[in-house]
Write a protein that binds this ligand. Sequence first.
Ligand SMILES: *Cc1c(COP(=O)(O)O)cnc(C)c1O
Length: 380
Amino acid sequence: MIVAPERIPVAGPSISDREVELVADAARNAWYKNHAEFNNRFERMLADYVGVRYAVSTPHCTAALHLALAALGVGPGDEVIAPDVTWIASVAPIVYVGAEPVLVDIDPVTWCLDPAAVERAVGPRTKAIIGVDLYGSTCDWARLQDIADRHGLALIEDAAEALGSLHHGRRAGAFGRVSAFSFHGSKTVVTGEGGMLATDDKDLFDRVLFLRDHGRNPGDRFFLNTEIAFKYRMSAVQAALGVAQMERIDELIAHKRAIFNWYRDRLSGLNGLTLNAEPADTQNSFWMVTIILDPSRGLDKFAMMAELDKRNIDSRPFFSPLSSLPAFNDRPSATRFVTPQDAGKVIAAYGVNLPSGYNMTEDKVDIVAAAVHEILAGRG
Ligand SMILES: *Cc1c(COP(=O)(O)O)cnc(C)c1O
């Protein structure tokens, strides 16, 4: 049996001397009149890279989505359509603002919101749609925007996993009315914990700045709060880490794509195994290299993970359908459009994320790919 000599982790960042240098600089100097300098730089760099006018740094992506919904005025009595298969952070903020999530199926190729399923779920209470660019793939943004426009809905892009992806010439995070990114330690760009909200909409931007600082206007020195709101600011030390990472963004995305190509060279010949898609006119930043096993192989994601684990290889299960989780047991209306035939059910049951951290080398991909071949040999 193939066993990795050292445990191969599933995710992890790339930290150079530059990150350490800027973090030390922030710890020493980002106080007094300089307290916002790194945050401003990080926000400017991200906005320019994505191609939007405004960006706001937050403690995490969950906060950015919460602020987006709050600033759009989504609240009790409203419904927000979101994918059934995603990380729960895409959907939890809908509940924070008192609205009801309405979960629908994903597309079997892109693993992102199925526009036809969205269309079926639009009702009189629908206020917004949250599309999620899953694992670096991108949604069919033109069709989602068309649905949003026809029904007067706000379109929100959860681009937490897709920084650096391109869709019809535009970067992930440039679609919809407002988007959100994550810089959690497992993501493409890291600040430990961290997030960013991005938008072209000046009014929305102003409202977000107000809401994320306890309901006061930027620059307020008199503590005169006009609404009860939130405290969602990112620290300067985290922002400094983000600046250094954004300086290296092209190198980081190139490494992610190299990791995927190494895997593809070794795995794409295997029958009954599907890798992340990259449809025409898109470029995937491959946050996580993901395989979907054909059910005929007789190995679901947890069985596959156990086999990899025996070989000293870490992996992650594809996100489970939210509708299948205990957290949604008491929300029958959230799951009313989910059916047993949903494409997302099979993908979520048979999908596994392979090691995709920045410390992956071609040699390590060799080991993981050989392990996958060994596990699948003679099955299905
Ligand atoms: C990681 C992630 C989030 C949440 O990011 P945090 O920074 O941990 O709040 C939201 N949506 C998706 C799709 C994610 O993968």
